[in-house]
Design a protein around this ligand. Structure first.
Ligand code: GLN
Length: 380
């Protein structure tokens, strides 16, 4: 067996959801909304299951969905793309895996920006790459352009960017991203740009797609997720947008990972992407209210909460709130002691993480957030 996987622990998401189930704790760990999903999409999927098709769709995705993704990005991000620039995958994690397999040759270095989503490093390493971590610093979590420049060496092939960022909730600004783009052009690097949270940004922050920046049209791989756009995380419908130089090898890699994605879900997502603007702004506004709700309740209970501009998550600084200890140990104790499950930020680092930061998911009903904050307040 491969020693990397033999030695690897179960993901923190699975571990914390398991602990929440065992203890009956409120699960603010793994990021998923506490809802069945938007009615419009559920009906479209059910109709498409009954009417078919239920056989293999084309490997690159159903034409109706590829066209709908292009229309959606034209409408919301002013991207000048066509259906042929889109590949449908079985979730964004598959898109990231296919992109790394397509871009990395054994021994190539890939820069990861930590805290980072836990899938990146094992996928880089399994593709034969060497992961190099560059660290964001709280509470601003700004892109460390000098640190990134210093990490680039002769074997560096790619940078994985996650914007908006999980777990920090940071939405990187245009100037930071433009500096990153300039670095990539200067050093001939590819950016694998995980933009799954692009539709979940708050306070009128604008999501800047990497692929739209100067010099990036043929250098950025844009990855999106219907699971995050519609709060249907179990559907596992993702997409890649890239120019032909990158999209063609990524599509080849995808052929041998999942080959394709359930056709009925593709049809339902295509329908969803065509809903009117109000659907998308209402979803975003509801999540923004939930963020504010949890942040306010936690602050009132005595916690130090870091700002979050997007995603389903906010970060609580337990150390600054007067709780000492290692974040992973605390997160493992909390379901038992406080009745709330969270995710420790250490799981998103290769280097040692700042002390005592945990991530909480606020994509939940107010009553659940109230109860979680009350329980945490008693535990504090
Ligand atoms: N994206 C989800 C999160 O960050 C986790 C997905 C998973 O469990 N693999 O919480």
């Amino acid at each position: 067996v491969n020693p990397v996987y033999a030695a690897m622990a179960t993901t923190i998401f699975e571990e914390m959801s398991g602990l929440a189930r065992e203890t009956g704790a409120i699960n603010l760990g793994q990021g998923f909304p506490d809802s069945i999903g938007p009615e419009e999409l559920l009906r479209a999927a059910a109709d498409a299951v009954l009417a078919g098709p239920n056989q293999y769709p084309p490997s690159a995705g159903m034409p109706v969905l590829r066209a709908a993704v292009a229309d959606y990005y034209r409408r919301f991000q002013s991207l000048d793309i066509a259906a042929g620039d889109v590949l449908v995958t079985s979730g964004a994690t598959e898109a990231i895996a296919a992109s790394l397999l397509a871009v990395i040759s054994p021994g190539d270095e890939v820069i990861l920006i930590e805290p980072m989503y836990d899938a990146y490093r094992p996928l880089v390493e399994r593709a034969g790459g060497v992961a190099r971590a560059v660290t964001l610093r709280p509470p601003e979590w700004r892109l460390p352009i000098d640190g990134l420049a210093a990490a680039i060496g002769p074997r560096t092939r790619a940078i994985v960017l996650n914007n908006p960022n999980n777990p920090t909730g940071r939405v990187f600004a245009h100037d930071e991203l433009a500096a990153l783009a300039a670095l990539c052009v200067a050093h001939d690097l590819v950016v694998i740009s995980d933009e799954v949270w692009e539709a979940v940004v708050f306070d009128h922050a604008a999501h800047v797609p990497m692929i739209a920046l100067p010099g990036m049209a043929d250098r950025a791989v844009k990855i999106g997720s219907a699971g995050k756009i519609f709060g249907l995380t179990g559907w596992k419908v993702g997409f890649v947008v890239a120019g032909p130089r990158l999209l063609q090898p990524i599509s080849r890699a995808h052929q041998f990972l999942t080959f394709t994605t359930p056709p009925n879900l593709q049809i339902a997502v295509a329908h969803g992407l065509g809903l009117d603007d109000a659907f998308f702004s209402d979803s975003r506004a509801a999540l923004e209210r939930s963020r504010d709700h949890l942040a306010t309740r936690l602050a009132a209970a005595g916690f130090t909460v870091l700002p979050s501009q997007g995603t389903y998550f906010l970060t609580v600084d337990l150390a600054a709130s007067g709780v000492s200890g290692d974040d992973t140990t605390l997160a493992r104790r909390m379901p038992h002691e406080a009745g709330v499950a969270s995710i420790p930020l250490s799981s998103f680092y290769m280097n040692p993480a700042p002390a005592g930061l945990i991530r909480l998911c606020f994509a939940k009903p107010d009553e659940m957030l109230d109860e979680a904050a009350a329980r945490l307040g008693k535990w504090l």
